[in-house]
Ligand binder design. Sequence first.
Ligand SMILES: Cc1ncc(COP(=O)(O)O)c(C=O)c1O
Length: 407
Amino acid sequence: MAILSKRAKYAVNALHEENVIAERLERNGKKIIRLNQGDPPLYFPTPRYTVDAYVRALRHGKTGYSEFGGIRELREAIARRHSTRGVPLGPEDVIVTAGVSGALQFLNEALVDMGDSAILFRPYYAVYTPWLRMAGGTPIFENYDEADNWNIEIGHVERSIRNLKREGKLGRVKYMLITNPNNPTGTVLRRSIIKEIVDIANENGILLVSDEIYDEIVYNNATFTSVGMLAKGMPHTILNGASKNYDATGFRIGYAAIPEKDKLSMAMKKAFSDFASVKISNSTPAQYAFADAISNEAEHRRELKGMVSGIEERVNFAMGLLEENRHLETVEPNGAFYLFPKIDTKALRIKNDSVFTRKLLEEEYVQVVRGSGFGSPNHFRMIALPPKEELELAINRINKFCRRHSR
Ligand SMILES: Cc1ncc(COP(=O)(O)O)c(C=O)c1O
């Protein structure tokens, strides 16, 4: 008899894959530059006013279980956050989760049965597929278009959906998920593209899910448009949380906002709330602190501005150094804080992106993540959060590595 369930094998996260090698190297005295995980508080400390709110919550005895779907103060703050940005919501439309990661679990457990599917765009955030597959679903992949700054080739999506319809498979498609701004590419989707995606979802009765966890980390003159602004009157869900915009990854607080009142939206709100009840509670002091972080809009704006201009400077600096490397080709990001270079594996005589990232770690002590972990082989993802000196050191090593392997 098998010890583990069949689905246990799907719990794979490429981000952590090389930690064992990195730790071994560290034990042997090597200093590793870790560019694998997007954890902003390591480089931009969580704002003082947010930390103070957390401490205050603890001192005021907010240490018990909370309302399972999230404390009222936080759900109201989230509803206000979106309402003032053109997406009207009420606190009853919000379910607080253990990070966006928790919302992804709820999404799949609520909707997906064995044999169902979901439309994902490659490259995708690395944990979309594990949650889908663990629920018994299969991804149907579409591609972000690297030649068009990683936007979406709409004609291709339309053709795929026509094929699914013809094959009688459209009914098993439970949702379509976009990430805007994107991890790993850093692309902020054009408003016209989002409108077309919204129309396709609407015409074909597909639930549209938008992971907008980086919605305020936008720069290089880009403008962010929420799906919620364009998807009025059709079922959709917006995922977001404390981790990135509020610089508090360790709080483990996220949420799903389900603005509409149609049958599917209402059923999802009920299911998400029931799942939350089974999980009993999220961190209570973290929810109070996040509510405070959102409500204190002036402080938030000030802190965010500092962090985003720091990120913009670091991303553009890193881009400049990568451009010196003729074996890598990188689309310029305008959101989040990642770079996703394409590797000329042929010229480097390196078999694939897995080998590239492993050798880079073993030879140059720089840890990045293989692109195939995001569904796009022959790329790698690195964060551009560290200070310039560290980025410079890391990219100089990457460039040296490529020069050596291209000889
Ligand atoms: C696109 C995207 N979605 C979700 C998450 C997970 O977020 P959380 O910390 O809220 O679980 C991340 C984390 O990097 C992400 O990049």
